[in-house]
Design a protein around this ligand. Structure first.
Ligand code: ADP
Length: 367
């Protein structure tokens, strides 16, 4: 159990011109499950390694339970780290791999035995304790690596893409095990991934990073519903949010979003936001998620938008429809069960209460 306080943490690797992590601030509560996510190279691993003490903090302060940790040796930080490549000792049995850290601490044999068996039970690997790592599947090896971390009863668990070497089915299973492990152990977890499904299903809060800079820290639901900027809006959700360039203009007392392909009536709440931000008549980006677009099957809604359906991707009961426009492609995620659909000219409905507007210069969402 521990809380962490990260204050203005920065990292510049020797010889690099840019900061790999820039002014990172976060208060992590006891027992919280924090996920760090972002594209490759955004600084997630660097941040995790600084918390572990494997990488020097260039500037800023790291506190664990109120104690400054910047210059504390990794082994004295009471942290366990699990990597994507397991890093098990190949010549030792599963049992010895898990017992190793406790033996180093001169803990008595009975206690070690109890702790190893307890962890093995949590992770469902009791029957493999006498095997060597090479006689295990990838998923079993990763569970051993998790077990080795559990027995140490660390204050903080750090995990760096622990599931990325597993196949899809095992990934889902092991993901559920890690969630359960977090519930059982009541310990602070900090988990790095580039996979948004992992982030959304595991995190109490998610930290989205881009080029070393935090974009937003929030609950999974808030990141989806209230993205702070275009990067976050595009990063969370699959297929990603559609971004449509245009302007909001007034015509005969009505405010509409327009560009050369389409126009779209707006709700009062959006008009108010756009006015408040002085963006009437200015270049603006409208965002709408694919799941909030559908075909107007009745073809008589006054709000439907004519668009040309160019590509249909069928995925069982669901389908992705790609509409062509002169500049952007618009993707809809629709339920196609029992509905046949053909390419060509369609009428399309946007859920008007699900529109987002962004300033194209700052990329921030208008609020
Ligand atoms: P992520 O884990 O998000 O993929 P990293 O933390 O590994 O990103 O890397 C962040 C940035 O720091 C990248 O630009 C990367 O090239 C750079 N970097 C990482 N490790 C080193 C290193 N040991 N020396 C120099 N630059 C590094």
């Amino acid at each position: 159990m521990a809380n962490l306080s990260l204050k203005g943490i920065e990292k510049i690797y020797p010889g690099n011109k840019t900061k790999s992590v820039e002014n990172f601030n976060l208060e992590i509560e006891n027992e919280e499950f924090i996920v760090l996510i972002g594209p490759s190279g955004c600084g997630k691993s660097t941040l995790l390694r600084m918390i572990a003490g494997l990488e020097e903090i260039t500037s800023g302060e790291l506190y664990i339970d109120g104690k400054l940790m910047n210059d504390v040796e990794p082994k004295d930080r009471d942290i366990a780290m699990v990597f994507q490549n397991y890093a098990l000792y190949p010549h030792m049995t599963v049992y010895d791999n898990m017992a190793f850290a406790l033996k180093l601490r001169n803990i008595d044999k009975d206690t070690i035995d109890k702790e190893v068996r307890r962890a093995a039970k949590v992770l469902n690997i009791e029957e493999y304790l006498e095997r060597k790592p090479k006689a295990l599947s990838g998923g079993q090896r990763q569970r051993v690596a998790l077990g080795r971390a559990i027995v140490r009863k660390p204050k903080v668990f750090l995990m760096d893409e622990p599931l990325s070497n597993l196949d899809a089915k095992l990934r889902v299973q092991t993901r559920a095990e890690i969630i359960k492990m977090h519930e059982d152990l009541k310990t602070t977890f900090i988990y790095v991934t580039h996979d948004q499904t992992e982030a959304m299903t595991m995190g109490d809060r998610i930290v989205i990073m881009h080029d070393g800079i935090v974009q937003q820290v929030d609950t999974p639901q808030n990141l989806y519903n209230e993205p702070a900027n275009i990067f976050v809006a595009g990063f969370i959700g699959s297929p990603q949010m559609n971004f449509i360039n245009g302007k909001v203009i007034e015509k005969e007392g009505k405010f509409r979003f327009v560009n050369e392909d389409l126009y779209c009536d707006l709700l009062e709440k959006d008009i108010e936001i756009i006015k408040k931000n002085n963006m009437i008549g200015e270049d603006i980006v409208m965002g709408i998620r694919p799941e909030h677009i559908d075909i107007d099957y009745s073809e008589n809604s006054p709000y439907s938008i004519p668009l040309k359906l160019e590509i249909i991707e069928l995925l069982g009961s669901e389908g992705y429809l790609h509409f062509k426009t002169s500049s952007d492609q618009i993707v809809a995620k629709v339920n196609l069960e029992e509905k046949g659909i053909e390419k060509g000219d369609k009428k399309v409905l946007f859920e008007l209460d699900k529109l987002y507007f962004f300033n194209p210069e700052t990329t921030n969402r208008l609020v």
